[in-house]
Design a protein around this ligand. Structure first.
Ligand SMILES: [Fe+2]
Length: 452
């Protein structure tokens, strides 16, 4: 008993002694396009004190030094004040493994490694899941299994952190699981330090009327993530963005420290042979807004140079679950996805796995979109994008009773798995796109291949 108590004290001292508030993680930064000089942002959270940080990284045989920037101080109720740091690792060769070292006051405190983004003609292997950081056994098991896949990167289809994407919730549910010290189905995995994370906001990361009086530490996404800033121009309090309320001091403090709000809600990027178009599908976005539609059309058109085109957002337009069944607003964009020749449309929100047949959709003539609503129309199966719901990343599963009951599915659904947590694994090469759905226990639940 005494040994156990001493061990606990030792563990807690070690945690206090750590120079990190949260250990390193990798972000794409504002780098939408592939380049012969690749780069990634190495980020971490430090305590609220001055530390002389240095970052070195090895490219081939030579070590380089990266400048360290303090991006912001996060001082919100409920979490100790801390600082967000970033070092831009530039001049990486596409697809090349590199190592990095972080030192504090000259003393090495962390070593890690990762792979630079892969070039246009290189095979890539990556993982997609959503609805994840809910502090559940399923979340930890999915993280562990995803780590075993050794993905080049991970894309999260929204509802990244429950239940409001708060700083305190990142502390409890995000960092400890996705940056666990070792891979363990009961704990998580050391993913963030070794694997690029990308993703999109869901309704739990960004509410229509965020109330800063109820929670001053909202929008962990904009405080911690660093993604491309090539989406449509948006302004604070304007169109297609949340309308803040309560605690104006907290609002001001958030805005002052989050220059990427709200621009980072939509963006696009390339990785290997895939072009990703990423959009905020929350109900405050007017999908009929000409500027929004124009950006989406143009982005998909620009993505034509890639072999494969994905569109990703949180709310699935085609869903056979009883849960969220009426939330079909994104269907009004399906024509744009079709014209843009999207191969896959990836969503979350519904906590299970669903795959549609390749399909097109015709919105009922005269229909007008108002609020969060059903969108009537006609689907035709056989050609067009495949719609995937991959929202089984950790939060409580939806409609397990529909598993194995095809009579409860819409006719566009080809595969439906709602009795286990799972994630999507994709292998993209120039000629084939292999997609698998894998359970948290490592069992293959679905598999299909597209060829060019
Ligand atoms: Fe959701």
């Amino acid at each position: 008993m005494l040994r156990f108590a001493l061990a606990l004290i030792a563990v807690s001292l070690a945690a206090q002694d750590s120079v990190f508030f949260q250990k390193p993680y990798l972000q794409l930064g504002d780098r939408p396009k592939l380049s012969s000089d690749e780069g990634l942002d190495l980020m971490w959270l430090g305590h609220d004190r001055d530390v002389a940080w240095t970052v070195r990284y090895r490219v081939g045989a030579s070590w380089r030094k990266a400048g360290v920037k303090e991006l912001r101080r996060v001082a919100v109720d409920g979490t100790a004040p801390h600082r967000v740091f970033s070092a831009s690792l530039n001049k990486l060769k596409p697809g090349m493994r590199f190592t990095y070292t972080i030192a504090a006051a000259g003393k090495p405190v962390f070593e890690g490694g990762a792979v630079a983004r892969k070039g246009a003609n290189t095979d890539s292997h990556f993982v997609v899941f959503g609805d994840c950081a809910a502090d559940t056994a399923g979340q930890r098991a999915v993280a562990n299994q995803a780590y075993k896949e050794n993905p080049d990167y991970i894309f999260i289809t929204g509802d990244i952190v429950y239940s409001k994407g708060r700083v305190s919730e990142y502390q409890q549910k995000f960092w400890p699981v996705y940056n666990a010290e070792k891979a363990d189905p009961l704990a998580g995995a050391p993913l963030l330090r070794s694997t690029l994370f990308t993703g999109v906001i869901g309704n739990h990361d960004s509410q229509p009327q965020p109330d800063f009086a109820a929670a001053a530490d909202l929008f962990g996404f904009y405080r911690y993530w660093s993604l491309p800033l090539n989406g449509p121009a948006l302004s604070v309090g304007g169109k297609n963005v949340p309308q803040f309320k309560g605690n104006e001091e907290a609002q001001k403090s958030f805005l002052a420290s989050a220059p990427n709000y709200p621009r980072m809600a939509n963006y696009s990027f390339d990785y290997g042979s895939v072009h990703w178009t990423v959009i905020d599908s929350n109900p405050y976005v007017d999908f009929m807004d000409p500027a929004f539609q124009e950006w989406l059309r143009n982005d998909l058109k620009a993505g034509a140079r890639a072999k494969w085109r994905f569109v990703a957002f949180h709310h699935p337009p085609f869903n056979s679950s009883k849960a969220h069944f009426k939330e079909q607003r994104v269907r009004v964009l399906s024509k744009i996805f079709e014209e843009g020749k999207a191969d896959l449309v990836l969503s979350g929100h519904v906590h299970n796995y669903q795959r549609s047949f390749p399909m097109t959709f015709e919105v009922e003539p005269g229909f007008e979109l108002t609020g969060h609503s059903e969108v009537p129309g006609k689907w035709t199966l056989g050609k067009g994008p495949i719609y995937i719901v991959t929202g089984a990343g950790g939060a409580g599963l939806y409609n397990p009773e529909q598993n194995g009951d095809p009579s409860s599915y819409q006719s566009f659904t080809e595969k439906f798995v709602s009795d286990t947590h799972s994630f999507t694994v994709i292998d993209a090469s120039a000629k084939t796109l292999k997609v698998r759905q894998v359970s948290a226990a490592g069992k293959e639940l679905d598999s299909f291949t597209l060829t060019r």
